[in-house]
Design a protein around this ligand. Sequence first.
Ligand code: CMC
Length: 428
Amino acid sequence: MPETLTITDNRTGVTYEVPIENDTIKAIDLRKIKVDPDDFGMMTYDPGYTNTASCKSRVTYIDGDKGILEYRGYPIEQLAEKATFLEVAYLLINGELPTASQLAAWEDSINLHTVVHENIKRQMEEFRYDAHPMGMLISTVASLSTFYPDAKQVGCKENRMLQMTRLIAKVPTLAAFCYRHSQGHPYNYPNNSLGYTSNFLSMLFKMNDNAYEPHPELVRALDILFILHADHEQNCSASVMRAIGSSNADPYSALAGAAAALYGPLHGGANEAVLRMLKEIGDVKNVPSFVQKCKNGETRLMGFGHRVYKSYDPRAKIIKKTADAVFEVTGRNPLLDIALELERIALEDDYFVSRKLYPNVDFYSGLIYQAMGLPTTMFPVLFALPRTSGWLAQWQELVEDPEQRIQRPRQVYLGERGRDFVPLSKRG
Ligand code: CMC
Protein backbone atom coordinates (compact mmCIF):
# COMPACT_ATOMS: atom_id res chain seq x y z
CA MET A 1 0.00 0.00 0.00
CA PRO A 2 1.62 3.33 -1.03
CA GLU A 3 2.11 5.67 1.95
CA THR A 4 0.98 8.74 0.02
CA LEU A 5 -2.03 11.00 -0.33
CA THR A 6 -3.22 12.06 -3.77
CA ILE A 7 -4.77 15.51 -3.89
CA THR A 8 -6.51 16.95 -6.94
CA ASP A 9 -6.91 20.72 -7.02
CA ASN A 10 -10.27 21.19 -8.75
CA ARG A 11 -9.39 24.80 -9.54
CA THR A 12 -6.63 23.66 -11.88
CA GLY A 13 -7.20 19.95 -12.35
CA VAL A 14 -3.60 19.32 -11.21
CA THR A 15 -2.95 16.25 -9.06
CA TYR A 16 -0.32 16.19 -6.30
CA GLU A 17 1.19 13.26 -4.43
CA VAL A 18 2.04 13.95 -0.78
CA PRO A 19 3.93 11.49 1.47
CA ILE A 20 2.16 10.17 4.59
CA GLU A 21 4.16 9.48 7.76
CA ASN A 22 2.53 8.39 11.05
CA ASP A 23 -0.92 9.17 9.62
CA THR A 24 0.05 12.76 9.00
CA ILE A 25 1.11 14.84 6.03
CA LYS A 26 3.61 17.67 6.34
CA ALA A 27 1.81 21.02 6.07
CA ILE A 28 4.75 22.37 4.06
CA ASP A 29 4.08 19.74 1.35
CA LEU A 30 0.84 21.57 0.55
CA ARG A 31 2.72 24.73 -0.35
CA LYS A 32 3.37 23.47 -3.86
CA ILE A 33 -0.39 23.57 -4.56
CA LYS A 34 -0.88 26.80 -6.50
CA VAL A 35 -3.15 28.26 -9.14
CA ASP A 36 -0.52 30.72 -10.43
CA PRO A 37 3.23 30.27 -10.05
CA ASP A 38 3.27 33.60 -8.13
CA ASP A 39 0.79 32.36 -5.50
CA PHE A 40 2.09 31.79 -1.98
CA GLY A 41 0.72 28.24 -2.05
CA MET A 42 -1.79 26.23 -0.03
CA MET A 43 -1.78 26.29 3.78
CA THR A 44 -4.05 24.66 6.36
CA TYR A 45 -6.30 26.85 8.55
CA ASP A 46 -6.65 25.50 12.09
CA PRO A 47 -7.57 28.01 14.83
CA GLY A 48 -7.09 26.36 18.23
CA TYR A 49 -4.96 23.63 16.56
CA THR A 50 -7.78 21.11 16.69
CA ASN A 51 -6.18 18.85 14.08
CA THR A 52 -2.56 19.91 13.85
CA ALA A 53 0.35 17.95 15.36
CA SER A 54 3.01 20.45 16.44
CA CYS A 55 5.64 17.88 17.40
CA LYS A 56 6.60 14.23 17.59
CA SER A 57 6.53 13.22 21.25
CA ARG A 58 7.35 10.23 23.41
CA VAL A 59 6.20 11.66 26.75
CA THR A 60 2.43 11.25 27.18
CA TYR A 61 -0.14 9.26 25.23
CA ILE A 62 -3.87 10.01 25.27
CA ASP A 63 -6.66 8.18 23.50
CA GLY A 64 -9.55 10.56 24.09
CA ASP A 65 -12.25 8.24 22.76
CA LYS A 66 -11.22 5.30 24.92
CA GLY A 67 -10.29 7.39 27.97
CA ILE A 68 -6.64 6.23 28.03
CA LEU A 69 -3.81 8.26 29.55
CA GLU A 70 -0.23 6.95 29.75
CA TYR A 71 3.02 8.59 30.82
CA ARG A 72 5.93 7.09 28.88
CA GLY A 73 3.70 4.08 28.15
CA TYR A 74 2.61 3.42 31.76
CA PRO A 75 -1.18 3.66 32.41
CA ILE A 76 -2.14 6.50 34.73
CA GLU A 77 -4.18 4.08 36.88
CA GLN A 78 -1.07 2.01 37.72
CA LEU A 79 1.10 5.05 38.36
CA ALA A 80 -1.54 6.59 40.65
CA GLU A 81 -1.84 3.36 42.60
CA LYS A 82 1.81 2.30 42.83
CA ALA A 83 4.19 5.23 42.26
CA THR A 84 5.13 8.36 44.17
CA PHE A 85 4.99 11.76 42.52
CA LEU A 86 8.79 12.11 42.45
CA GLU A 87 9.09 8.72 40.72
CA VAL A 88 6.61 9.94 38.11
CA ALA A 89 8.48 13.25 37.68
CA TYR A 90 11.68 11.23 37.11
CA LEU A 91 9.84 9.03 34.60
CA LEU A 92 8.52 12.02 32.67
CA ILE A 93 11.91 13.73 32.50
CA ASN A 94 14.12 10.66 31.94
CA GLY A 95 11.80 8.33 30.03
CA GLU A 96 12.22 5.35 32.41
CA LEU A 97 11.16 4.56 35.96
CA PRO A 98 14.11 5.04 38.33
CA THR A 99 15.93 2.15 40.01
CA ALA A 100 16.09 2.35 43.82
CA SER A 101 19.50 4.08 43.73
CA GLN A 102 18.45 6.45 40.93
CA LEU A 103 15.35 7.40 42.91
CA ALA A 104 17.38 8.03 46.07
CA ALA A 105 19.83 10.23 44.12
CA TRP A 106 16.93 12.09 42.46
CA GLU A 107 15.24 12.73 45.83
CA ASP A 108 18.56 13.96 47.26
CA SER A 109 19.14 16.37 44.41
CA ILE A 110 15.59 17.72 44.68
CA ASN A 111 16.11 18.20 48.44
CA LEU A 112 19.32 20.08 47.75
CA HIS A 113 17.43 22.76 45.81
CA THR A 114 14.22 23.39 47.76
CA VAL A 115 15.38 26.68 49.32
CA VAL A 116 14.83 29.95 47.44
CA HIS A 117 16.99 33.06 47.66
CA GLU A 118 15.94 35.43 50.45
CA ASN A 119 15.39 38.17 47.86
CA ILE A 120 12.61 36.07 46.32
CA LYS A 121 10.98 35.97 49.73
CA ARG A 122 11.31 39.74 50.01
CA GLN A 123 9.86 40.18 46.52
CA MET A 124 6.91 38.11 47.57
CA GLU A 125 6.37 40.21 50.67
CA GLU A 126 5.78 43.23 48.40
CA PHE A 127 2.62 41.76 46.86
CA ARG A 128 -0.68 43.17 48.10
CA TYR A 129 -2.22 41.22 50.99
CA ASP A 130 -5.00 39.96 48.69
CA ALA A 131 -2.86 39.20 45.62
CA HIS A 132 -4.01 36.10 43.74
CA PRO A 133 -1.54 33.28 44.53
CA MET A 134 -1.31 32.31 40.85
CA GLY A 135 -0.22 35.84 39.91
CA MET A 136 2.44 35.64 42.63
CA LEU A 137 3.60 32.22 41.44
CA ILE A 138 3.86 33.27 37.78
CA SER A 139 5.91 36.38 38.62
CA THR A 140 8.24 34.69 41.09
CA VAL A 141 8.94 31.77 38.74
CA ALA A 142 9.88 34.38 36.10
CA SER A 143 12.03 36.13 38.73
CA LEU A 144 14.01 32.93 39.29
CA SER A 145 15.57 33.41 35.84
CA THR A 146 17.35 36.49 37.20
CA PHE A 147 18.92 34.39 39.97
CA TYR A 148 20.12 31.70 37.56
CA PRO A 149 21.50 33.47 34.47
CA ASP A 150 23.34 30.22 33.65
CA ALA A 151 19.93 28.84 32.66
CA LYS A 152 20.35 30.61 29.33
CA GLN A 153 22.65 27.78 28.23
CA VAL A 154 19.72 25.73 27.03
CA GLY A 155 21.90 23.77 24.62
CA CYS A 156 23.86 22.12 27.48
CA LYS A 157 22.24 18.89 28.72
CA GLU A 158 23.86 19.01 32.17
CA ASN A 159 22.77 22.59 32.63
CA ARG A 160 19.22 21.74 31.58
CA MET A 161 19.08 18.97 34.19
CA LEU A 162 20.27 21.38 36.89
CA GLN A 163 17.58 23.94 36.03
CA MET A 164 14.87 21.26 35.83
CA THR A 165 15.88 19.95 39.26
CA ARG A 166 15.83 23.48 40.67
CA LEU A 167 12.36 24.14 39.27
CA ILE A 168 10.80 20.88 40.51
CA ALA A 169 12.37 21.56 43.93
CA LYS A 170 11.55 25.26 44.24
CA VAL A 171 8.02 25.51 42.82
CA PRO A 172 6.50 23.88 45.97
CA THR A 173 8.39 26.38 48.14
CA LEU A 174 7.09 29.29 46.04
CA ALA A 175 3.57 27.80 46.01
CA ALA A 176 3.58 27.50 49.82
CA PHE A 177 4.92 31.06 50.19
CA CYS A 178 2.02 32.27 47.97
CA TYR A 179 -0.44 30.64 50.35
CA ARG A 180 1.25 31.93 53.51
CA HIS A 181 1.34 35.44 52.06
CA SER A 182 -2.38 35.35 51.28
CA GLN A 183 -3.03 34.26 54.88
CA GLY A 184 -0.72 36.90 56.34
CA HIS A 185 1.32 34.13 57.99
CA PRO A 186 5.12 33.86 58.16
CA TYR A 187 6.66 31.76 55.43
CA ASN A 188 7.84 28.28 56.38
CA TYR A 189 11.21 27.14 55.09
CA PRO A 190 11.46 23.68 53.55
CA ASN A 191 12.17 20.74 55.84
CA ASN A 192 14.16 18.29 53.73
CA SER A 193 13.81 15.46 56.22
CA LEU A 194 10.20 15.16 55.01
CA GLY A 195 9.17 13.74 51.65
CA TYR A 196 8.29 16.03 48.72
CA THR A 197 4.54 16.15 49.37
CA SER A 198 4.72 16.10 53.22
CA ASN A 199 7.21 18.93 53.04
CA PHE A 200 4.82 20.92 50.87
CA LEU A 201 1.94 20.36 53.30
CA SER A 202 4.21 21.30 56.17
CA MET A 203 5.28 24.54 54.43
CA LEU A 204 1.58 25.32 53.90
CA PHE A 205 0.16 24.55 57.31
CA LYS A 206 2.88 24.44 59.98
CA MET A 207 2.50 27.13 62.63
CA ASN A 208 5.15 28.05 65.16
CA ASP A 209 4.90 24.93 67.30
CA ASN A 210 6.91 22.78 64.85
CA ALA A 211 4.61 19.91 65.78
CA TYR A 212 2.69 19.83 62.50
CA GLU A 213 2.51 16.34 61.10
CA PRO A 214 0.52 15.91 57.91
CA HIS A 215 -1.99 13.07 58.00
CA PRO A 216 -0.56 10.15 55.92
CA GLU A 217 -3.89 9.71 54.06
CA LEU A 218 -3.82 13.37 53.02
CA VAL A 219 -0.16 13.12 51.96
CA ARG A 220 -0.96 10.11 49.78
CA ALA A 221 -4.10 11.76 48.35
CA LEU A 222 -2.16 14.90 47.41
CA ASP A 223 0.64 12.78 45.94
CA ILE A 224 -1.96 11.00 43.76
CA LEU A 225 -3.41 14.35 42.67
CA PHE A 226 0.12 15.48 41.78
CA ILE A 227 0.63 12.31 39.68
CA LEU A 228 -2.67 12.87 37.85
CA HIS A 229 -1.76 16.46 37.02
CA ALA A 230 1.88 15.86 36.07
CA ASP A 231 1.47 15.97 32.29
CA HIS A 232 -1.18 15.98 29.60
CA GLU A 233 0.69 16.20 26.27
CA GLN A 234 0.16 19.20 23.98
CA ASN A 235 -2.43 21.15 25.96
CA CYS A 236 -2.58 24.95 26.02
CA SER A 237 0.11 25.47 28.69
CA ALA A 238 2.49 22.78 27.37
CA SER A 239 2.18 24.37 23.94
CA VAL A 240 3.07 27.74 25.47
CA MET A 241 6.06 26.15 27.22
CA ARG A 242 7.20 24.81 23.86
CA ALA A 243 6.44 28.06 22.00
CA ILE A 244 8.51 30.14 24.42
CA GLY A 245 11.19 27.44 24.62
CA SER A 246 11.43 27.40 20.81
CA SER A 247 13.02 30.87 20.92
CA ASN A 248 15.73 29.41 23.24
CA ALA A 249 14.41 31.38 26.23
CA ASP A 250 15.50 30.00 29.61
CA PRO A 251 13.15 27.45 31.26
CA TYR A 252 12.12 29.81 34.12
CA SER A 253 10.75 32.37 31.64
CA ALA A 254 9.12 29.64 29.56
CA LEU A 255 7.58 28.04 32.64
CA ALA A 256 6.18 31.37 33.86
CA GLY A 257 4.45 31.67 30.47
CA ALA A 258 3.12 28.12 30.69
CA ALA A 259 1.78 28.82 34.20
CA ALA A 260 0.06 31.97 32.89
CA ALA A 261 -1.66 29.88 30.21
CA LEU A 262 -2.73 27.40 32.88
CA TYR A 263 -4.29 30.20 34.94
CA GLY A 264 -7.23 30.69 32.52
CA PRO A 265 -10.63 29.29 33.55
CA LEU A 266 -10.86 27.12 30.42
CA HIS A 267 -7.64 25.34 31.44
CA GLY A 268 -6.15 24.95 34.95
CA GLY A 269 -8.26 27.75 36.41
CA ALA A 270 -11.31 25.51 35.90
CA ASN A 271 -10.88 23.86 39.33
CA GLU A 272 -11.31 27.28 40.96
CA ALA A 273 -14.28 28.02 38.68
CA VAL A 274 -15.93 24.70 39.62
CA LEU A 275 -15.94 25.61 43.32
CA ARG A 276 -17.38 29.06 42.60
CA MET A 277 -20.05 27.39 40.45
CA LEU A 278 -20.94 24.86 43.19
CA LYS A 279 -21.19 27.65 45.76
CA GLU A 280 -23.35 29.71 43.41
CA ILE A 281 -25.72 26.76 42.86
CA GLY A 282 -25.88 26.53 46.65
CA ASP A 283 -28.34 23.64 46.95
CA VAL A 284 -29.12 20.34 45.21
CA LYS A 285 -32.61 21.63 44.40
CA ASN A 286 -31.10 24.37 42.20
CA VAL A 287 -29.17 21.89 40.02
CA PRO A 288 -31.84 21.39 37.30
CA SER A 289 -32.23 25.15 36.69
CA PHE A 290 -28.43 25.54 36.52
CA VAL A 291 -28.16 22.70 34.00
CA GLN A 292 -30.86 24.42 31.94
CA LYS A 293 -28.79 27.63 31.96
CA CYS A 294 -25.82 25.65 30.59
CA LYS A 295 -28.01 24.19 27.85
CA ASN A 296 -29.28 27.68 26.96
CA GLY A 297 -25.65 28.75 26.49
CA GLU A 298 -25.88 31.28 29.35
CA THR A 299 -23.03 29.61 31.24
CA ARG A 300 -20.78 26.54 31.05
CA LEU A 301 -20.77 23.56 33.33
CA MET A 302 -17.24 24.05 34.63
CA GLY A 303 -15.21 20.88 35.09
CA PHE A 304 -17.08 19.26 32.21
CA GLY A 305 -15.89 18.73 28.66
CA HIS A 306 -12.46 18.34 27.16
CA ARG A 307 -10.85 19.02 23.81
CA VAL A 308 -9.36 15.52 23.68
CA TYR A 309 -11.44 13.27 25.97
CA LYS A 310 -14.73 12.32 24.42
CA SER A 311 -15.41 9.83 27.21
CA TYR A 312 -14.94 9.94 31.00
CA ASP A 313 -11.58 11.56 31.84
CA PRO A 314 -9.58 8.68 33.46
CA ARG A 315 -8.12 11.17 35.94
CA ALA A 316 -11.59 12.18 37.13
CA LYS A 317 -12.38 8.53 37.96
CA ILE A 318 -9.28 8.23 40.17
CA ILE A 319 -9.94 11.62 41.80
CA LYS A 320 -13.48 10.59 42.71
CA LYS A 321 -12.07 7.56 44.56
CA THR A 322 -9.36 9.67 46.20
CA ALA A 323 -12.02 12.13 47.38
CA ASP A 324 -13.69 9.36 49.41
CA ALA A 325 -10.40 8.61 51.19
CA VAL A 326 -9.85 12.31 51.95
CA PHE A 327 -13.38 12.88 53.23
CA GLU A 328 -12.87 9.95 55.65
CA VAL A 329 -10.20 12.11 57.32
CA THR A 330 -11.55 15.63 56.84
CA GLY A 331 -15.29 15.00 56.88
CA ARG A 332 -17.52 15.21 53.82
CA ASN A 333 -17.42 18.40 51.77
CA PRO A 334 -21.01 19.69 51.77
CA LEU A 335 -20.65 20.76 48.12
CA LEU A 336 -20.10 17.11 47.12
CA ASP A 337 -23.84 16.41 46.97
CA ILE A 338 -24.32 19.26 44.50
CA ALA A 339 -21.42 17.95 42.38
CA LEU A 340 -22.79 14.40 42.39
CA GLU A 341 -26.26 15.60 41.40
CA LEU A 342 -24.81 17.78 38.61
CA GLU A 343 -22.88 14.80 37.29
CA ARG A 344 -25.93 12.52 37.51
CA ILE A 345 -28.20 14.90 35.62
CA ALA A 346 -25.59 15.90 33.03
CA LEU A 347 -24.68 12.30 32.23
CA GLU A 348 -28.35 11.54 31.46
CA ASP A 349 -29.05 14.71 29.51
CA ASP A 350 -28.97 14.63 25.72
CA TYR A 351 -27.23 18.04 25.50
CA PHE A 352 -24.16 16.70 27.33
CA VAL A 353 -24.38 13.13 26.01
CA SER A 354 -24.59 14.18 22.35
CA ARG A 355 -21.61 16.54 22.77
CA LYS A 356 -19.67 13.88 24.69
CA LEU A 357 -19.21 16.16 27.70
CA TYR A 358 -18.01 14.24 30.77
CA PRO A 359 -16.42 15.32 34.07
CA ASN A 360 -12.78 16.25 33.62
CA VAL A 361 -9.86 16.36 36.07
CA ASP A 362 -11.03 19.67 37.53
CA PHE A 363 -14.55 18.60 38.49
CA TYR A 364 -13.70 16.88 41.79
CA SER A 365 -10.14 18.05 42.57
CA GLY A 366 -11.29 21.37 44.05
CA LEU A 367 -13.56 19.58 46.53
CA ILE A 368 -10.52 17.71 47.85
CA TYR A 369 -8.35 20.82 48.07
CA GLN A 370 -11.14 22.64 49.90
CA ALA A 371 -11.60 19.76 52.34
CA MET A 372 -7.85 19.96 53.03
CA GLY A 373 -8.37 23.56 54.10
CA LEU A 374 -7.09 25.36 50.99
CA PRO A 375 -8.79 28.44 49.55
CA THR A 376 -10.07 28.33 45.94
CA THR A 377 -7.45 30.84 44.80
CA MET A 378 -4.78 28.23 45.56
CA PHE A 379 -6.31 25.59 43.27
CA PRO A 380 -4.56 26.61 40.02
CA VAL A 381 -1.29 26.78 41.99
CA LEU A 382 -1.86 23.18 43.09
CA PHE A 383 -2.23 22.28 39.42
CA ALA A 384 0.90 24.19 38.35
CA LEU A 385 3.08 22.54 41.00
CA PRO A 386 3.03 18.98 39.59
CA ARG A 387 2.55 20.16 35.99
CA THR A 388 6.01 21.74 36.30
CA SER A 389 7.54 18.29 35.70
CA GLY A 390 5.41 17.75 32.58
CA TRP A 391 6.19 21.20 31.17
CA LEU A 392 9.89 20.51 31.69
CA ALA A 393 9.69 17.07 30.02
CA GLN A 394 7.99 18.71 27.03
CA TRP A 395 10.55 21.53 26.98
CA GLN A 396 13.48 19.14 27.12
CA GLU A 397 12.04 17.08 24.27
CA LEU A 398 11.61 20.24 22.21
CA VAL A 399 15.19 21.40 22.83
CA GLU A 400 16.59 17.97 21.91
CA ASP A 401 14.46 17.56 18.75
CA PRO A 402 16.48 18.51 15.64
CA GLU A 403 13.24 18.93 13.64
CA GLN A 404 11.97 21.71 15.92
CA ARG A 405 12.39 25.35 14.93
CA ILE A 406 11.24 28.63 16.40
CA GLN A 407 7.43 28.55 16.46
CA ARG A 408 5.99 30.94 13.97
CA PRO A 409 2.51 30.17 12.60
CA ARG A 410 1.13 31.64 9.40
CA GLN A 411 -2.08 33.65 9.06
CA VAL A 412 -4.84 34.07 6.51
CA TYR A 413 -4.68 37.82 5.96
CA LEU A 414 -8.08 39.34 5.20
CA GLY A 415 -7.36 43.01 5.97
CA GLU A 416 -6.80 46.07 3.77
CA ARG A 417 -3.76 46.33 1.49
CA GLY A 418 -1.61 49.12 0.05
CA ARG A 419 -3.54 52.12 1.35
CA ASP A 420 -2.07 55.65 1.15
CA PHE A 421 -1.57 57.36 4.50
CA VAL A 422 -4.26 59.98 5.25
CA PRO A 423 -3.07 63.06 7.24
CA LEU A 424 -4.99 63.69 10.49
CA SER A 425 -6.58 66.89 9.12
CA LYS A 426 -8.11 64.97 6.20
CA ARG A 427 -9.60 62.03 8.12
CA GLY A 428 -13.31 61.47 8.74
N1 CMC B 1 -20.69 23.25 29.50
C1 CMC B 1 -21.65 23.41 28.55
N2 CMC B 1 -21.43 23.25 27.23
C2 CMC B 1 -20.18 22.92 26.85
C3 CMC B 1 -19.14 22.73 27.78
C4 CMC B 1 -19.43 22.91 29.14
N3 CMC B 1 -18.47 22.73 30.07
N4 CMC B 1 -17.98 22.41 27.11
C5 CMC B 1 -18.32 22.40 25.81
N5 CMC B 1 -19.63 22.71 25.66
C6 CMC B 1 -20.39 22.71 24.39
C7 CMC B 1 -20.08 23.97 23.59
O1 CMC B 1 -20.99 25.02 23.89
C8 CMC B 1 -20.23 23.45 22.17
O2 CMC B 1 -21.62 23.33 21.89
P1 CMC B 1 -22.18 23.69 20.42
O3 CMC B 1 -21.56 22.66 19.51
O4 CMC B 1 -23.66 23.59 20.54
O5 CMC B 1 -21.71 25.08 20.11
C9 CMC B 1 -19.68 22.03 22.25
O6 CMC B 1 -19.91 21.63 23.60
C10 CMC B 1 -18.19 21.94 21.92
O7 CMC B 1 -17.49 22.86 22.76
P2 CMC B 1 -16.14 23.62 22.38
O8 CMC B 1 -16.02 24.84 23.22
O9 CMC B 1 -16.09 23.78 20.88
O10 CMC B 1 -15.06 22.54 22.80
P3 CMC B 1 -13.51 22.80 22.98
O11 CMC B 1 -12.84 21.52 22.69
O12 CMC B 1 -13.08 24.00 22.21
O13 CMC B 1 -13.39 23.18 24.53
C11 CMC B 1 -13.14 23.02 26.86
C12 CMC B 1 -12.95 22.33 25.51
C13 CMC B 1 -12.47 22.20 27.96
C14 CMC B 1 -12.49 24.40 26.82
C15 CMC B 1 -14.67 23.14 27.13
O14 CMC B 1 -15.27 21.87 27.21
C16 CMC B 1 -14.97 23.93 28.40
O15 CMC B 1 -15.05 25.17 28.33
N6 CMC B 1 -15.14 23.25 29.60
C17 CMC B 1 -15.33 23.94 30.83
C18 CMC B 1 -14.00 24.42 31.37
C19 CMC B 1 -13.18 23.26 31.94
O16 CMC B 1 -13.67 22.45 32.70
N7 CMC B 1 -11.89 23.24 31.59
C20 CMC B 1 -10.95 22.26 32.11
C21 CMC B 1 -10.48 21.33 31.04
S1 CMC B 1 -9.61 19.88 31.71
C22 CMC B 1 -8.19 20.47 32.48
C23 CMC B 1 -7.33 21.35 31.68
O17 CMC B 1 -7.23 21.27 30.45
O18 CMC B 1 -6.66 22.15 32.30
